[in-house]
Design a protein around this ligand. Structure first.
Ligand code: SF4
Length: 281
């Protein structure tokens, strides 16, 4: 299948997820996209990056998927919203690319993280890739907004060693304004992971003037602490590395003038999580 002209057999490794990717799948016929989504035989990837120390435990290979139905105001990879901006890659090719790193990842206590975009937009590809990674003895993480978590069976959840779950705001109207979507399905997914005792690291993006309200953070903290399966909370400071992508893609970027949070503000947010007994960094 990898010899078909519209499928990429080129090396998957990119320098950084901050590289702008566009129209890499424009020649892929619609019928093939449909089949890809149904079977997971083909995935649409922005890139693979290696050597990450911030996307799960140890040193990670990260697969950045294309496709997301959310529209977070602070998204730093809006080129991954459209699945057709990703390169079409066979499952076989992705597994082979990952296999090259299996020994190194083990030595560095790392593993494979599937991020995006939103990996569950391509749930069949994601689950097959996780299964293959586990078969190679590789630790697996999925970074997700959780909205499509119901697409995974209980058995499939077991192939994901750790979920990096983005909790972006608590107040439902605020969440809708910030992401364009309802928070309900994300919380349902979180509760399901808790019920099955699957580990979670919560990821919270701190944006001055947008997500820094103490009461809202406190509600997220209370929810996270109550689940019992949250191993840590990562407070991620907003940054402007994706600003140029919004401009290049002709999108309306509302955070043009927003500064990254100060160290003191980030510490205060961590303290709100710590007050509920959570480990926060
Ligand atoms: S969920 Fe992630 S990829 Fe999707 S819009 Fe939000 S920040 Fe961007």
């Amino acid at each position: 299948m990898s010899s078909a002209p519209h499928l990429s057999s080129a090396p998957l490794e990119g320098r950084s997820p901050f590289e702008l990717r566009r129209d890499q799948s424009r020649n892929v016929p619609e019928s093939l996209v449909k089949k890809a989504l149904e079977t997971g035989e083909i995935g649409f990837l922005h890139s693979f990056t290696t050597g990450s120390t911030v996307d799960g435990p140890g040193v990670r290979v990260v697969g950045w998927t294309a496709g997301c139905q959310w529209r977070c105001q602070y998204c730093h990879n809006p080129d991954t919203w459209n699945m057709m901006n990703g390169m079409p890659v066979t499952l076989e090719h992705a597994v082979e690319a990952l296999g090259k790193y299996r020994h190194g990842l083990k030595i560095m206590s790392g593993g494979f993280t599937l991020s995006g975009g939103e990996p569950l937009m391509q749930d069949r590809f994601a689950t097959r890739l996780f299964k293959a990674a586990k078969a190679m003895g590789i630790h697996t993480c999925m970074e997700t907004n959780g909205f499509l978590g119901a697409r995974l069976s209980d058995e499939e959840l077991e192939t994901i060693d750790l979920v990096l779950l983005g909790l972006k705001a608590w107040d439902s109207e605020k969440h809708q304004r910030l992401t364009g979507k309802d928070i309900g399905p994300t919380l349902d997914f979180a509760r399901r992971l808790a019920a099955r005792n699957r580990p979670i690291w919560v990821r919270f993006v701190l944006v001055p003037g947008l997500t820094d309200e103490t009461e809202d953070i406190a509600q997220i903290a209370k929810f996270a602490a109550g689940m019992g399966n949250v191993e840590r909370v990562e407070v991620l400071p907003f940054h402007q590395m994706g600003r140029y992508k919004w401009k290049e893609l002709g999108l309306d970027y509302k955070l043009e003038k927003t500064e990254p949070p100060s160290q003191a503000l980030a510490e205060r947010a961590c303290d709100v999580f710590r007050a509920e007994g959570l480990k926060a960094f």
